[in-house]
Design a protein around this ligand. Sequence first.
Ligand SMILES: [Zn+2]
Ligand SMILES: [Zn+2]
Length: 396
Amino acid sequence: MVKDKIIALARSYKTEIIANRRHLHAHPELSFQEYKTMAFVEEKLKSFGITNIEKKANTGLVALIEGKNPGQKTVALRGDMDALPILEQNEVSYKSTEPGVMHACGHDVHTASLLGAAKILHEIKDGFEGTIKLIFQPGEELIPGGASLMIKDKALENPKPSSIIGQHVMPLIPVGKVGFRKGMYMASADELYITVKGKGGHGAMPETLVDPVLIASHMIVALQQVVSRNASPKIPSVLSFGRIEALGATNIIPNEVKIQGTFRTLNEEWRAKAHQHMVKIAKGIVEGMGGELDFEVRKGYPFLKNAEALTERAQGAAIDYLGSENVVDLDIWMAAEDFSYYTQEIDGCFYRLGTRNEAKGITSGVHTPTFDIDEDALEIGAGLMAFIAVNELKSK
Ligand SMILES: [Zn+2]
Ligand SMILES: [Zn+2]
C-alpha cells in the first residue's frame, strides 16, 4: 500500500530531513534574498534525481516530478523559504549564524519538509499517475509576497495544477497533530499610513492653531465605526492602530500627527468597500476640523479561503495517515499568508503542522526570538504532504 510505503520512507529519511532543516535554520536569509537557500534546494533536488527544475521570481524554484501518464493531472506543493529580521535567542547547535536574521516563522521547516516530500514522491513516482509540481517560493513575509511574484512568473502554468497544498507550523498544536479548516481561514491584511496635518504652535494659544493631535484623536475613534457599524457582523473584521506619532511637548502643538494601523478581514468585496469608508470618514473629520489628510492604504495579501472539497479530501487523507485523534479543526486566524494568492487562482488547501512540545519547553510563538519546533514534526511534514499529494492525484 502506498500509505505504508510513504510512512516507511518518511521514517527512513527523517535524519536527513532534520539535517536539512538544521542547515537552513543555521543559514537564514531575508525575504527576496534567498540565494543560498535556493542553491541548497536545487542541489538537494538534483541529488534525489529530480532534474526538471526552473528558476522563478529571482530566488524561487519550480520543479516537476512526473509519474505515469504525467499529463493526466497536476498537483502543486508549496514551501516558503524566507526568514525574519529577528536576533535568535535559542541556544541550540543549529542556531542562526546570521546576526539579526532568524527562521522564526518555521519556513526552514516548510522547505525541509517539502524537500523530504519530494524525495519520497520521486522514489515512488512509478506508483502514481500525474505530475507533482514543487513550488519553493521566496519572500512570504514581505509585501508584495513571493507567491504573487511566482504567479506573475508563470509558476502556475505549463502545466497548470488543479490544486495546491501548503503547510505551516503551528506552535499552538502539539507535535504529532495537524489542523484543517474548510472555507474562510486567514485574513487579508492592509497597512494604513495616515498623516493628519494642522498648524502647530504654543499650547497656550489654541485659538491661533489647528490642533492635529485632537483631530487625530477624533479620527481614530470615528474610524472604529467602520468595523462596528459598516461591517456585516457575519464577516470578521479588525481595525487596529499601533502607532501614533505627535512630536510636540507639554506646551507645543506639533504641525502634524502620523498614525499607522492594520485592517484585516475575510471578504474581498467588503475589504474594498472598507477602504473607501475609512478614507471618507477620516477626510470628513479632518477637513471638518480644519486639517488636511493624507491616507495611504498599502494593500497586503488577500484573504485565504481553503477550497471545500479539496480540504475535505486532504483532511480525510490526514485522518487516514495519522488517525482521527491527531487531526484537529482550526478556527479562523486573523493573520495573513501570501499562500492566499494561489487560492485566488486555483483550489488551495493550507493546513497546520503541530510543532509544540511542552515537556521539552517548546512553546514559543512564531515571530519570537525563542521560536523553535519539536523536530519530530518534520517526519509528518514530509510524509503527510507526500501522501496528500498522491491521494489528490487519484481524485477525480
Ligand atoms: Zn511569518
Ligand atoms: Zn510563515
